[in-house]
Design a protein around this ligand. Structure first.
Ligand code: ADP
Ligand code: NA
Length: 331
């Protein structure tokens, strides 16, 4: 069975940023309707680093609210928490026995997160990409929409799927494609155009949170680092101006236009003109999402019911696939 199926996940490890929205959530919502879409709140990934239990529970519901507020429709898509479907942990272990230590060692995200203190990290943080492979392969997913930062992990998933198929002499796991497209596959920090916008950046001014109010959003954009040059006619003119490029990319992703169409309107003008227009657009797009998230998080029982229903439907797809994987492996 190689019917197209989209799978992706986000960690419930803190607030959502404009990077998560443009690089993931908005694209998840846009991808619905054409093929089956499966979206997972990856709590088993979140616990690879310490999570306060009460905070994790709250953040999982908030993340579900973020998905729905961004346009992911739980009737059209399967939306669920990873730990509610046992297939993830079980296939994660099986694939840990297929993947090689050397492959994990080469992951740049592991190197970044472990830093100089790899010995003190959890074993789970090191094995994370094998669990991510299981997340994708448990659904025989064919397409994985992610931001640029996750490309290497999806490539590893392909290697793990291919090694499993080869070792067991089967054509069982489809080789999934990363889908990395659009103007905002890598939204950068508002304070430093060389760093990605992230919920873990200590500077709150570096990011726009989906929970920020209109004034905060406008202020962060006004204070975003830029240069003093006017905007050029095309993106080619922004090669050495990462901060300017980032703001134009954000504008294009929010408005749904090509970057050059945005530049055509602002050519020759400086950021004194561009920033207020961007702030207005960002507020117009994000305010309804912020409002809807607040409404949803005020009704936790409703969110729990949605996640329970999602887990039920996810399990119905994954369990037969895991049963077959067990069978193939001789268990
Ligand atoms: P984070 O990187 O914020 O900790 P996750 O690792 O859970 O969040 O990533 C969730 C999704 O959001 C992934 O698809 C990731 O590629 C995407 N993403 C995260 N940050 C950005 C960003 N700055 N620009 C574009 N996409 C991003
Ligand atoms: Na990430």
């Amino acid at each position: 069975d190689r019917t197209p199926r989209i799978f992706s996940g986000i960690q419930p490890s803190g607030g959502l940023t404009l990077g998560n929205y443009l690089g993931a959530l908005k694209r998840f919502a846009d991808g619905q309707g054409k093929v089956e879409t499966v979206f997972c709140l990856v709590d088993l990934h979140a616990i690879t680093v310490w999570q306060d239990p009460a905070a994790l529970r709250r953040q999982t519901r908030e993340l579900a609210a973020g998905f729905i507020a961004s346009g992911v429709d739980p009737a059209q898509s399967i939306l669920f928490a990873q730990s509610h479907v046992p297939a993830h942990a079980e296939l994660g272990w099986m694939l840990s026995c297929v993947a090689r230590m050397g492959w994990m060692n080469r992951m740049t995200q592991w190197k970044d997160k472990a830093g100089k203190n790899a010995e003190a990290q959890s074993l789970g943080l090191f094995a994370y990409p094998a669990l991510m492979a299981a997340d994708i392969l448990a659904y025989h997913a064919t397409h994985v929409p992610v931001g640029e930062d996750q490309k290497q992990h999806v490539e590893l998933t392909r290697d793990i799927a291919a090694k499993f198929n080869h070792d067991y002499g089967v054509d069982f796991f489809p080789i999934p494609e990363p889908v990395i497209e659009g103007a905002a596959t890598r939204v950068m920090s508002l304070r430093d155009g060389t760093k990605k916008m992230s919920k873990s950046d200590p500077s709150d001014a570096s990011r726009i949170n989906l929970t920020d109010d209109a004034d905060t959003i406008a202020q962060k954009i006004r204070k975003a680092r830029t240069d003093a040059d006017p905007l050029p006619a095309t993106m080619d003119g922004l090669k050495d101006r990462p901060e300017a490029r980032n703001l134009v990319n954000i504008f294009a992703a929010l408005s749904g236009e090509p970057q050059d169409a945005v530049l055509a309107r602002f050519e020759g003008q400086g950021f004194g003109a561009f920033k207020p227009a961007l702030a207005e657009l960002a507020v117009e797009m994000l305010a309804p999402i912020t409002r809807r998230m607040a409404e949803l998080t005020a009704a936790p029982d409703e969110i729990d019911r949605i996640l329970q229903d999602g887990a039920h439907r996810a399990n119905a797809i994954a369990e037969p696939i895991i049963a077959e994987a067990r069978e193939i492996m001789g268990m």
